[in-house]
Design a protein around this ligand. Structure first.
Ligand code: SF4
Length: 197
């Protein structure tokens, strides 16, 4: 399948990090994740939006920003990336920082997939606004709130770029990726009944 018009999104990166085979099922075989999961995600998004509308400032008090640039639709042909950042913070040192809201309880560490997402927004912001990006912030807004700072390092940026190449390769070559993650993930997987082990 030609990938010339495809731009990778943070949602692709999250799926890829859960299991590379998700990319194959969703984008090569066009089998979407099942309804119940989509319903839960949609419900979470609605609650999330309503919380943000009703409490626009309650999380921002936890970090020191000079200005909020707001929600932004970002895309780059060079990076082959696109995404909608929940917000962008202009920091006092002149750098910018992506802000991502998660309707989730902070699990005591940042999931690798979420780290990749914030790294992807960082790359996009750096290229589009031509300003340095050193950190991103994830606001976990379920059962209270927690703001976590994520360093956007050269290593993280490289991992994002490598993942984009790998995702595009899966779609282009239409090859079933090998299973790399622990099989325990398969127990709760949408595709467990049709996945070939
Ligand atoms: S069943 Fe396991 S290997 Fe297959 S897509 Fe799901 S997580 Fe990946």
């Amino acid at each position: 399948m030609s990938t010339s018009s495809i731009k990778i999104t943070p949602s692709h990166l999250l799926s890829y990090y859960f299991c590379p085979r998700f990319i194959w099922f969703i984008y090569v075989l066009s089998i979407p994740e099942y309804e119940e999961r989509r319903y839960k995600v949609q419900k979470g998004l609605e609650i999330h939006e309503s919380r943000l509308k009703n409490n626009p400032d309650y999380l921002w008090k936890k970090i020191s920003v000079q200005k909020r640039l707001g929600k932004a639709s970002l895309q780059s042909d060079t990076l082959r990336l696109s995404g909608i950042a929940d917000d962008i913070a202009a920091l006092k040192d002149g750098s910018l920082a992506p802000v991502d809201f998660k309707w989730a309880v902070y699990p005591d560490y940042v999931y690798p997939g979420h780290r990749m997402q914030i790294g992807a927004y960082g790359l996009l912001i750096e290229e589009i606004y031509q300003k340095p990006v050193h950190f991103g912030y994830i606001f976990y807004i379920r059962d209270g709130s927690k703001v976590v700072e994520v360093p956007i390092t050269a290593d993280l940026k490289k991992r994002v770029m490598d993942s984009i190449d790998n995702i595009l390769k899966i779609i282009e070559e239409e090859t079933l990726p090998p299973i790399k993650q622990k099989k325990i993930r398969c127990l709760d997987c949408t595709y467990r009944n049709i996945c070939v082990f």
